[in-house]
Design a protein around this ligand. Sequence first.
Ligand code: S3P
Length: 176
Amino acid sequence: MRHREENIILIGFMGSGKTTFGRWISKNKNYQFCDTDQYIEEQKNRTIKDIFANQGEEAFRDMETAALKELCDRLKNTVVSVGGGLPVREENRKLLKQLGMVVYLRAAEDELVKRLSHDTSRPLLAGGDLKSKIQNLMSAREALYIDAADVVIDTDHMSFEEMYDVISKASEEIRQ
Ligand code: S3P
């Protein structure tokens, strides 16, 4: 098993800022960056939207688990942003803990609605009432995100610097 502090794993709902914050960490703190959605899209040479449309959600979830297993074998000093639904599978939550320190970026539902209102890339949010879709998915997932996480950050009024400070302190505590 890897030493848990070697990688920082960002989990959370779509629109919670995993990719933006992950890229910020990698640029400012000298980490590598990996995004599981991007990894799968490059590997399959298709967009997530295409994969959902042609092969369905279950096939995509299998791709996420396979990707996670591959990444567990080789990532080090990397910040990993994972798709919002990846921690839902119990097997994936176990793999995340092996991969590194898991940080749940929590964002208020109203904020997520604002950020996602013009999004067309996420199949699970397409059509219908966005707010109730977000509420339904969130109520099914929140406990699983918390179960997967070593650290929970309420991101709404925090700067990236402040969020990173929380991660650094948690990482020191885990190492002691
Ligand atoms: C999903 C989140 C997306 C992507 C796919 C499904 C989900 O990733 O994996 O559309 O189930 O929450 P982001 O969280 O990076 O948007």
